[in-house]
Design a protein around this ligand. Structure first.
Ligand code: NAD
Length: 471
């Protein structure tokens, strides 16, 4: 029986291994993590992450061929294939701070593998890492290897949170990069055999190691760039009377461009897009390519601009101040169908409103009060983002309440800001909401998910991204 161990039981490690266990009943899969809390949760009824469909898969496989454990060293020593899916955040201090990937977790995982391994291993980069990371990992592994053969593969993950299970079951592609040596090719084939259990072989792409590592950074940069492109156009739409939905539809009908990922919004978030672009910027700078670095930096600058534009629109529409006014925030997660708030635009929008002394009442179906308080008080590294404010003062924290119902959040409010596109927000009774709000009642739809005409008929003053303002 092939044994797989995955180091890191997070948003990627957990769901990815659950699907491998589901589709490869003859493979034993153990997901390990240094976080006792996370592993305890994976072994309980209340999984540590919310992802549609995940509960059912875990229930089916857990205890059969899927296990979660904190006994990292034992399971690493026993495994044939080791996936490393640890976090690779942006460095906050030292060389490359604010841009470069922090590979501390990766390095400690690699050193541990080198220490405990007693047989040949295939080590798979599942985390998103800078191009050429495999070279560094090889140094750590081979210098300690006691004659053991380590093959490093790059197998970046392309799942999107909120649709992770579907993305894993029917991936657009699986990418495997390896060394172009007989041992490297054999390792690629071994991993390919795992995925081939459910992924059509024509969807499994094999490349050299550096292409695979760079493809992941490039893919995230392209996706984020599309969002910043449509958001940049949304600003122009508001200035000229064009409608961004109509423009995006017309543009997306060109088969060379395509219709996906062209929704204007308050901005992108999540743990990956910004971090991976910053990483790309840093790599470009290190490779003497400042113009290329500047090009990608602009994607983040437009994203920050979109968030500050949104805050400014709220404040200016409400007679140039939100001081002492209640603003209901609907949605705090960075997108629907996840409870993940990492880099969510809601953080910057809330901080902006709190900076003008608004009282905000937040409702999100999957995000807890602890998460929100932590996100709003966290000190964020600031390279040259004007929107990234300092941590909130304790007084500002008191201006925030977190409630468990959209009607509660909007009671007595002067304005509503929709910051996540949760389906349930479309189905709210807006007449009821209007009746209980201060007048004039404002709605700022940061995701363009509400029926603006209906809202206007009820009596709201409505702002949607990239659309004509209320007459
Ligand atoms: P995460 O923070 O949710 O999970 C990482 C886990 O690794 C944590 O539970 C942490 O405790 C554990 N860990 C760290 N060091 C460890 C060690 N030495 N031994 C054992 N466990 C250790 O992160 P994530 O969102 O799952 O992302 C993981 C990687 O995948 C990142 O590089 C990310 O960029 C990439 N990625 C993320 C997504 C996504 O949507 N979240 C998608 C594709 C790729």
């Amino acid at each position: 029986m092939v044994k797989i161990c995955c180091i890191g039981a997070g948003y990627v490690g957990g769901p990815t291994m659950a699907i491998i266990a589901l589709k490869c009943p003859a493979v034993e899969v153990v997901v390990v993590d240094i976080s006792v809390a996370r592993i305890t949760a994976w072994n309980s009824e209340q999984l540590p992450i919310y992802e549609p469909g995940l509960d059912d898969v875990v229930k089916e496989c857990r205890g059969r061929n899927l296990f979660f454990s904190t006994d990292v060293e034992r399971h690493v020593a026993e495994a044939d294939i080791i996936f490393v899916s640890v976090n690779t955040p942006t460095k906050t201090r030292g060389l490359g701070a604010g841009k470069a990937a922090d590979l501390t977790y990766w390095e400690s995982a690699a050193r541990m593998i080198a220490d405990v391994a007693k047989s040949d291993k295939i080590v798979v980069e599942k985390s998103t890492v800078p191009v050429k990371t495999a070279e560094a990992i090889e140094k750590i592994l081979t210098h300690n290897s006691k004659g053991i053969n380590f093959q490093i593969l790059s197998n970046p993950e392309f799942l999107a949170e909120g649709t992770a299970i579907q993305d894993l079951l029917k991936p657009d592609r699986v990418l495997i990069g390896g060394r172009e040596t007989p041992e490297g090719r054999a390792a690629v084939e071994a991993l390919k055999a795992v995925y081939a259990q459910w992924v059509p072989v024509e969807r499994i792409i094999t490349t050299n190691l550096w292409s695979a590592e760079l493809s992941k950074l490039a893919a995230n940069a392209f996706l984020a760039q599309r969002i910043s492109s449509v958001n940049a156009i949304s600003a122009l739409c508001e200035a000229t009377g064009a409608d961004v939905t109509e423009v995006a539809y017309a543009v997306g009908r060109d088969s060379r461009i395509g219709p996906k990922f062209l929704n204007a919004s308050v901005g992108f978030g999540g743990s990956c897009f910004q971090k991976d672009i910053l990483n790309l910027v840093y790599i470009c700078e290190c490779n003497g390519l400042p113009e290329v670095a500047t090009y990608w930096k602009q994607v983040i600058k437009i994203n920050d601009y979109q968030k500050s534009r949104f805050v400014n629109r709220v404040v200016s529409s409400m007679f140039n101040t939100v001081s002492g006014k209640k603003v209901a925030v609907l949605g705090f997660a960075f997108k629907k169908d996840t409870g993940d708030t990492r880099e969510t635009p809601a953080i910057d929008v809330c901080k902006g409103l709190l900076g003008d002394k608004a009282a905000i009442s937040i409702y999100d179906p999957q995000v807890t009060e602890d998460q929100i308080q932590r996100d709003l008080t966290m000190n964020k590294f600031d390279w040259d983002h004007p929107i990234h404010l300092q941590p909130m003062s304790p007084t500002a924290v008191k201006q925030v309440s977190v409630v468990w119902d959209a009607y509660e959040a909007t009671r007595g409010a002067h304005a509503v800001c929709v910051l996540t596109e949760w389906d349930e927000f479309r189905a709210l009774d807006f007449q009821r909401i209007y009746n209980q709000m201060q007048k004039p009642a404002f709605i700022f739809d940061g995701r363009n998910v509400l029926d603006a005409d209906l809202l206007r008929r009820i009596g709201f003053i409505v702002y949607s991204i990239g659309k004509a303002l209320d007459p």
